[in-house]
Design a binder for this molecule. Sequence first.
Ligand SMILES: [Fe+2]
Length: 135
Amino acid sequence: MPLITWKDEYSVNNVELDNHHKQLMATLNALYTECLKVDNVDCVRPKLEAFLAYAEYHFTAEEEYMRRIQYFEIDGHIEQHRGFSYKLAEMKRVQYRSDLELTRELITFIGKWLLHHVFEEDRKYALHAATAIKN
Ligand SMILES: [Fe+2]
């Protein structure tokens, strides 16, 4: 069973950005289904690398989109992206007692962040875009 399943209500009404969000969820789900096993060595670190790289790629695209639609709260939103990348980079550096501990920490942090960020914060620019198009 995956940890998070995509629902249409999560859409930000942009196919490319929705696909990015789906990909981020897929990596989180892979961490959950594959790396929580004690005997699965070298599981979490490559996924952490992949997640960080993909998140950076996605943030760049999302920030470009927010500029295009002239989203007025873009600065605060970019701050949230930076904070997320910073925290993941820090988790990469910290010495955890085991890969399993790192996996648990990552799942908790990324899970909470994705749910809040994608489904509440990203929603705000989606709403802005919808209103801007109407007017
Ligand atoms: Fe975002």
